[in-house]
Design a binder for this molecule. Structure first.
Ligand SMILES: Cc1cc2nc3c(=O)[nH]c(=O)nc-3n(C[C@H](O)[C@H](O)[C@H](O)COP(=O)(O)OP(=O)(O)OC[C@H]3O[C@@H](n4cnc5c(N)ncnc54)[C@H](O)[C@@H]3O)c2cc1C
Length: 639
């Protein structure tokens, strides 16, 4: 490309974006009804006519324009005309858009903790931030990452002892991303943000055969193969995005991850958080050794029976003796600790299985759900899904009956597949940004606030808007985008950015043979609510995860399809529809996600969904006991 043609295409792209932006401003001032359409247009333009650099620049310009309070007030004023009071938009640049939750060590009393959705909060008697890691300026290259934070470990022990001495309960919290009250605690709350000092390949006390990589048999793409994986030691409070940086610094990567990297690794493990790929277990399945502080302030290093630690080397070590660390290598105990819902103690550090850094190629294809379903039935569900390392489907709960063609009226879904990339290239394929969620919405400061307004204003168009947003995600070999290829961490992290404050989800697991029944039930319920103008403002997702031995994992009984229902906060009717759907899905035999549910949990439901719950309770008594109860667990225990 010559410099001149480069300049001309740069100029053309910028002219188009300025024109689309100007038209949006015009619509805000003179014709509010058309605003949602023009927002979509701007998003399409930013997606299709922009390189990543150019888009960031435009997002910066838009943020600059809307920064002054009077501009936002003006827009607010225009948009709120004739809107019901509960559906009005408030475009103030809220603190959560710019600030990450960060808790100062010195403020131990009158602290307030809220989960991300804001439906649960705690004003604990005392709030502690133990550990000697660095959260705000985290760097995997800091020299302290090579050391173990014994001082922090002792600090946590003394907090547990203090709680017991004062007859109080104690509980660790991660990033507060659970929608359930699983992290809530009224007594002593332990913020784990600084429990992230250690970030190093695990070699200390490790059996020789695991020290420098070990063979693992994997089954992706319907082929069994052997890969070499490695062990990595990380602090229990490490945020997943920091862990990814630390792994990458050592040439390693996570085997899989959920759609977001904001959670802490212990929080994700504690609820069996998962990504998608029927050959890959949830994040908890990557844990090979967990160091926890349990009741009495006792320190345990818990592993499966054939664990990675060499007991002989371990028992002789001076630090082990000094801190009184007990090695437990026992399957039942490890399976209880792996997914511990915060009640088996405080996870101070862990050793994870990771693999050498790898690249993925992602394709996203728009299909009719009925066609995909037919193919799944013909080819066999497992083989169909396992034809790719990662496979997931986003389904529109509604059909667009207003579409011009018979084809357009069919139920749309987006099939996403990801496979190891054959490209050795160091530069990723990102001529255009890979998707709506990670580009437009996460960049522009008011877009999250605007989304509920767009959906409430145009609720009857939600089926069409959902189809449009699925279309915008399309990106495959035969399409102009050509698919998306990058380092796995960039492909697997869906960004979500500020959207997390506005989107929310509930999730339920089903064995593969029950997936179609569950999908039909969801569609039936969504369509029934549609008659009352109450709709979900997003497609629902089918994701898949391999069986995991943890007693409380949603995947404990079999490989699972996890169905995630998503909507946007403040979209009228979504929350009650979630409640109805949750009840119906549970009656169909769903296994609820410990972190993503809106209905109260009780013993009969838990024992049905998690048949190993009583085994877990036995081990919980051993490790955590009543010191680590909270209201959420008490309700289950006593109901
Ligand atoms: C935007 C978003 C995206 C999400 N994506 C996915 C997804 O793709 N897949 C999926 O399966 N789930 C997903 N979830 C759910 C989320 O992963 C879980 O709720 C997870 O538990 C949240 O981790 P956290 O660090 O925020 O933990 P918190 O919500 O703070 O705590 C969760 C539990 O972990 C315990 N805990 C935390 N730290 C420790 C510790 N150090 N020691 C002992 N216990 C501890 C707490 O006591 C609590 O019981 C998502 C949630 C959000 C908000």
């Amino acid at each position: 490309m010559t410099a001149l043609s480069k300049f001309l295409s740069w100029k053309k792209g910028n002219t188009i974006i300025s024109w689309v932006l100007a038209r949006l401003v015009f619509q805000v001032i003179f014709n509010r009804d058309n605003v949602p359409k023009h927002i979509e247009l701007l998003d399409d333009t930013l997606t299709d006519h922009c390189s990543r650099i150019k888009r960031n620049r435009w997002v910066g310009v838009i943020n600059f324009i809307i920064r002054p309070r009077f501009v936002r007030r003006l827009v607010e004023n225009r948009l709120n005309r004739n809107m019901e009071s509960h559906e009005r938009v408030i475009l103030s640049l809220d603190k959560e858009l710019t600030k990450e939750d960060f808790f100062p060590k010195e403020k131990q009393k009158r602290q307030k903790w809220t989960n991300w959705f804001g439906n649960h909060f705690s004003e604990p008697l005392q709030f502690f931030v133990p550990g000697n890691g660095e959260y705000k300026d985290f760097s995997p290259t800091a020299p302290h990452c090579e050391a173990y934070d014994y001082e922090g470990l002792e600090e946590v022990c003394s907090l547990v002892k203090l709680a017991e001495k004062n007859g109080r309960k104690i509980r660790a919290v991660g990033s507060g991303h659970a929608l359930t009250a699983v992290a809530q605690c009224e007594d002593y709350m332990v913020c784990t943000q600084d429990m992230n000092m250690t970030q190093r390949p695990a070699r200390e006390w490790i059996k020789e055969k695991y020290r420098n990589g070990f063979d693992v048999e994997v089954n992706y793409c319907n082929r069994k193969e052997t890969e070499i994986h490695y062990l990595f030691e990380t602090g229990g409070g490490t945020k997943i995005r920091h862990l990814i940086q630390a792994l990458s610094h050592h040439g390693l990567a996570l085997i899989n991850q959920g759609g977001s990297s904001i959670q802490s690794i212990s929080g994700a493990i504690a609820t069996s958080t998962h990504g998608s790929g029927i050959g890959i277990g949830p994040v908890s399945a990557f844990a090979k050794s967990m160091t926890i502080v349990g009741k009495g302030g006792r320190i345990f290093r818990v592993e499966p029976a054939d664990g990675i630690t060499d007991p002989d080397i371990f028992e002789k070590d001076e630090q082990v003796k000094k801190h009184g660390i007990t090695l437990i290598q026992d399957d039942d105990k490890f399976n209880a600790v792996m997914v511990g819902i915060g009640s088996v103690g405080i996870v101070f550090s862990m050793i994870l299985e990771a693999q050498p850094d790898y690249r993925l190629f992602e394709e996203r294809i728009l299909r009719n759900w009925e066609d995909v379903k037919k193919e799944m039935m013909e080819k066999g569900m497992y083989a169909y899904i396992n034809a790719h390392r990662h496979f997931e489907v986003l389904i529109n709960p509604y059909c667009d009956h207003e579409a011009a063609t018979a084809e357009g009226k069919k139920r749309k879904c987006l099939v996403t597949t990801r496979n190891y990339s054959e490209s050795e290239s160091g530069s990723h394929h990102a001529g255009r940004e890979r998707n709506y969620i990670s580009s437009f919405i996460s960049g522009i400061a008011i877009s999250g606030r605007l989304s509920p307004w767009v959906f409430n204003k145009n609720h009857l168009s939600i089926p069409r808007m959902t189809n449009n947003s699925l279309k915008r995600l399309v990106d495959h070999k035969e399409d102009a985008g050509g698919g998306f290829e990058d380092l796995a961490r960039n492909v697997l992290d869906q960004g979500l950015g500020e959207l997390k404050f506005y989107g929310y989800a509930i999730e339920f697991g089903f064995p593969l043979e029950k997936v179609f029944d569950a999908v039909d039930l969801i569609i039936k319920n969504c369509e029934a609510s549609q008659e009352y103008d109450q709709l979900l403002a997003a497609p629902f997702a089918l994701r898949f995860a391999k069986k995991c031995p943890a007693h409380l994992s949603m995947m404990n009984q079999s490989d699972m399809c996890m169905i995630e229902l998503v909507s946007v906060k403040d979209v009228t009717g979504s929350y009650p529809l979630f409640m109805r759907l949750e009840r119906e899905l549970l009656a169909l035999g769903a296994v609820p996600h410990w972190g993503l549910s809106v209905e109260p949990w009780h013993r009969p439901m838990v024992e049905k969904a998690f048949p190993r719950f009583r085994d877990w309770e036995k081990e919980q008594e051993f490790f955590g006991g009543s010191t680590f109860y909270n209201a959420f667990l008490e309700r289950i225990r006593q109901s």
